[in-house]
Each structure stands twice: as C-alpha cells, then as structure tokens.
Design a protein around this ligand. Structure first.
Ligand code: IMP
Ligand code: MG
Length: 182
C-alpha cells in the first residue's frame, strides 16, 4: 500500500526504536573493530541494496584501512510487510572476490532467507574470508538457521523503517530507526 497523498503520509506517528545517537556510537565501534581485524588485508565491504546503503555509507567512513566497496541487490520483500520466501539476486558484484576478505553489510535479518542465500553464494566464490554484519536483527522472526557474526542491535518482532529501511519505498531517509504507529 502506498500513501494516498501527503496528508496520508504526515498523519503517521513514528516511534523511535533505535536513536540516531545510539546508531552513531555503535557504527563507530564497529568501524574500529573492523580496522583492527582487517589491518593490511584486502577488504571488500559488500552492501545489499537498497536497505543497507545508509549503514554502509556511515560504516565505511569509520574505516581507516584500505577497503573496496561492492553492491549486490536481492529481492525478498515486495510491497507491504511480509516476505515472499524467494530470494533473487537482481544485481551482482563486478569483482572476483577470491582475493578479498569479504564483509557483508546488511540492514536487517528477519526470516534470514536473504542473507543465508547471499552468504552461501559468496562462500561458493572462495573469498579469503567471509563475515556478516547486520545493523538490526529480529531473531524471533527467523525461518532458516542463520546467524550474523555481528548484530549491532537486536529488536523485537516489529516492522521498522528509517536509516535505509523502507515501507513501500518511503522513510529510507530517516536518520533513526522507527516503527510506524497505526
Ligand atoms: P529476510 O530475508 O526475511 O531476513 O529479510 C530480508 C529483507 O527484508 C531485509 O534485508 C530488509 O530489506 C527487509 N525487511 C525485513 N524486515 C524489515 C523491517 O522491519 N522493515 C523494513 N524492511 C525489512
Ligand atoms: Mg535489505
């Protein structure tokens, strides 16, 4: 469902789930630990579009070791708030990842289907190593067995928007993570 008009958009109340300040602190800390782990090794940060673009943009600016950025896109959610169950890669990496230490940077793990299949695909390409970092994790919603190496925030079973995450393509530009009060 899209919004009927601007009034329809504005009437929604957003309740903060993770504040801008908490995100900033956690992203900074994550960047610092990546700098220690990957000091001097060829690092490739792989972001899954579109949801992870804000997280990647902030995280990569905390990285002080040499790193490259790559993008993939996968579809698992269509409009609305429920998963279709299928995952399709709609955009792939350009580079051969066999020389890289790869870090997947994701916005959220919900059912776990998207990351499980992307991680399997990338593992099959023999990277030097593979780690998965997610901004948000909703462990209560897991449908497949998958765990990130690092989750910055664990949240309850709520549909959230902001900091890259959308509802029908809206709200990606919010600087914090919120849920929509209905
Ligand atoms: P999964 O495959 O079910 O783990 O989730 C895949 C994708 O669904 C995530 O990368 C998000 O793009 C989207 N998604 C899951 N939960 C939410 C949410 O609460 N808000 C917005 N998007 C979500
Ligand atoms: Mg996503």
């Amino acid at each position: 469902m899209k919004f009927k008009d601007i009034e329809d958009y504005r009437k929604n109340t957003l309740n903060v789930v993770v504040s801008e300040e908490k995100i900033r602190e956690a992203v900074k800390k994550t960047g610092q630990s990546l700098n220690e782990i990957y000091d001097g090794t060829p690092l490739l940060l792989v972001s899954i579009l579109k949801g992870a673009f804000v997280f990647l943009a902030d995280l990569c600016r905390e990285i002080t070791v040499p790193c490259e950025i790559g993008f993939m896109a996968a579809k698992s959610y269509y409009e609305g708030t429920s998963s279709s169950g299928d995952v399709t890669i709609t955009m792939d990496l350009q580079q051969d990842i066999s020389n890289y230490h790869v870090v997947i940077v994701e916005d959220i793990i919900d059912s776990g289907r998207t990351l499980k299949s992307i991680a399997e695909i990338l593992k099959g390409r023999n990277p030097a190593s593979l780690r998965v970092i997610t901004l948000l994790d909703k462990p209560e919603r897991r449908e497949v067995d998958f765990k990130a190496d690092l989750s910055l925030f664990t949240i309850p079973d709520l549909f959230v928007v902001g900091y890259g995450l959308d509802y029908a393509e809206y709200y990606r530009n919010l600087p914090y993570v919120a849920c929509i009060e209905s």
